[in-house]
Design a binder for this molecule. Structure first.
Ligand code: DC
Length: 220
């Protein structure tokens, strides 16, 4: 039996990995997993239920029973469209905090594996290459300087008509980087065998092309 190929793309917040990963998936006709969205969904659901972000066991139980579906670019939580609601900075920070609990991470493993379907999967997150898909055919660590990432996020927010301060974004992003990288369970790291893609000075097209080239040379 040949295993369905996985391209794992990990990296810090606002590194552009979601944009690059979804375009790579589109070009190859592969499925796409935005694993960060799952942690964001737990963040939103637990906030609604009033669960303390420090309560790992209770958050784990909640994560196990979440009813989630991804349909035509929409993300549904218990039937409600939460595509936009999970993208706020506050939900991102909450997700980063609750993602430190092993109970939460364990509860989401099966869900992530279920995305691996023919003809292939592009998965983005923090631990795709190290924990969830260690047999990925291509492992990419996609990154950019904190300043470049804060500026990208700033432009995205302003384009959406949301007011933002560059220095606040930079501080939040550095705080999130520190937490995602220092946690005991599945920290953000450059996995063994991963290729680093520094995108501070690359266009989206250049980054996508690089990943496609790496995949094609491995798959050949
Ligand atoms: O990629 P993102 O910003 O949407 O992810 C939100 C948070 O979820 C991130 O700060 C850490 C957590 N996360 C994680 O711990 N592991 C993943 N594979 C993906 C996200």
């Amino acid at each position: 039996m040949t295993l369905v190929p996985v391209i794992a793309i990990d990296g810090p917040t606002a590194s552009g990995k979601g944009t690059v990963a979804s375009l790579v998936a589109e070009q190859l006709g592969f499925h796409y997993l935005d694993s960060g969205a799952l942690y964001r969904l737990v963040a939103l659901a637990s906030e609604k239920e009033g669960i303390d972000v420090k309560n790992g066991p209770e958050l784990g139980v909640l994560a196990e029973k979440l009813s989630i579906s991804f349909e035509k670019g929409q993300i549904l939580l218990n039937g409600a469209d939460v595509t936009e609601a999970i993208r706020s900075e506050a939900i991102g920070l909450r997700a980063s905090t609750l993602a430190t609990h092993p109970e939460v991470r364990r509860a989401l493993v099966g869900l992530q594996h279920a995305f691996r379907k023919a003809p292939g999967l592009v998965a983005d997150g923090r631990d795709m290459a190290s924990v969830i898909f260690p047999d990925a055919i291509v492992k990419v660590f996609l990154t950019a300087t904190a300043e470049a990432r804060a500026e990208r996020r700033y432009k995205q927010l302003i384009a959406k008509g949301i007011s933002a301060k560059l220095e606040d974004l930079l501080r939040d992003l550095q705080e999130r980087d520190a937490r995602d990288s220092s946690r005991g369970t599945a920290p953000l790291l450059i996995a063994e065998g991963a290729q680093v893609l520094e995108t501070s000075d690359l266009s989206v097209d250049q980054a996508v092309k690089t990943v496609l080239d790496w995949y094609r040379s491995k798959a050949a």
